[in-house]
Ligand binder design. Structure first.
Ligand code: SAM
Length: 224
């Protein structure tokens, strides 16, 4: 009985480890955020397994069912749509609940892709220390989120969607006193339209025009 927390690609399907393929292949059941997305990955590696959906809106009943399967001795693999489960993705609640129900449950990380770490790794910024902030709040708390960035002396990393990336740059300009701190914006990492923007906020902002706003984004700000 074990719960494998399996990192999967953040775009390029080749970014999967041999251990991840083995964990998925050898599990009794795969818990997936979106079964259709995971099916594409499984088909690519010819893994034929039953998939059960587990996402942020899964209720107590689903968690009870998963715990029941673990108690029965099943090996389960948890994946999300992209990257490392539980990092800004469903997973931590399940891990916590499973541990409460089965304190000696074996929980095995299968490390792999993560968008924030991939972005940091190509930033060139010193990363002995960094602060990961997840997504800025959409409304309430958004101004405070950006104001607080000014207080952080180490590198800062956050995620933003295509719908709000321009707004995030405006918010950084208006609320964060980052002045000439270098920024890197990573768009569509590992995918066909991967684009990296580097410079100060004033340099980068005009380059992010409406036409290239599709995709997923990670923002990295250099330390002071
Ligand atoms: N668990 C994931 C991980 O380990 O990176 C993060 C999931 S979070 C719900 C999704 C966000 O991660 C996206 O909105 C985007 O900000 C970032 N992201 C995921 N894949 C990305 C990619 N290929 N390129 C750039 N950003 C990406």
């Amino acid at each position: 009985m074990a719960l494998y927390v399996v990192a999967t690609p953040i775009g390029n399907l080749e970014d999967i480890t041999i251990r991840a393929i083995n964990a998925l292949s050898n599990s009794d059941l795969i818990l997936a955020e979106d079964t259709r997305v995971t099916k594409i990955l499984l088909d690519r590696y010819n893994i034929k397994k039953e998939i059960l959906s587990y996402h942020q809106h899964s209720g107590f009943k689903k968690i009870d069912r998963i715990i029941e399967l673990l108690v029965q001795g099943k090996n389960l693999a948890l994946v999300t749509d992209a990257g490392t489960p539980a990092i800004n993705d469903p997973g931590s609640y399940l891990v916590n609940e499973a541990l409460k129900a089965i304190p000696d449950l074996k929980i095995v990380p299968i490390p792999g892709p993560n968008a924030a770490i991939a972005a940091l790794s190509i930033s060139g910024f010193p990363t002995e220390e960094f602060v990961f902030l997840g997504f800025p709040p959409h409304k309430k708390g958004r101004q405070t989120f950006f104001k607080n960035i000014s207080e952080i002396k180490s590198a800062v990393v956050f995620y933003e969607s295509k719908h709000r990336i321009l707004k995030a740059l405006e918010n950084l300009e208006k609320f964060s006193e980052i002045g000439t701190r270098q920024i890197m914006i990573a768009r569509e990492l590992t995918k066909q339209f991967e684009t990296i923007y580097r410079g100060t906020l004033a340099e980068i902002k005009p380059r992010l025009t409406d036409k290239n706003l599709l995709g997923e984004f990670v923002v990295v700000i250099d330390r002071t």
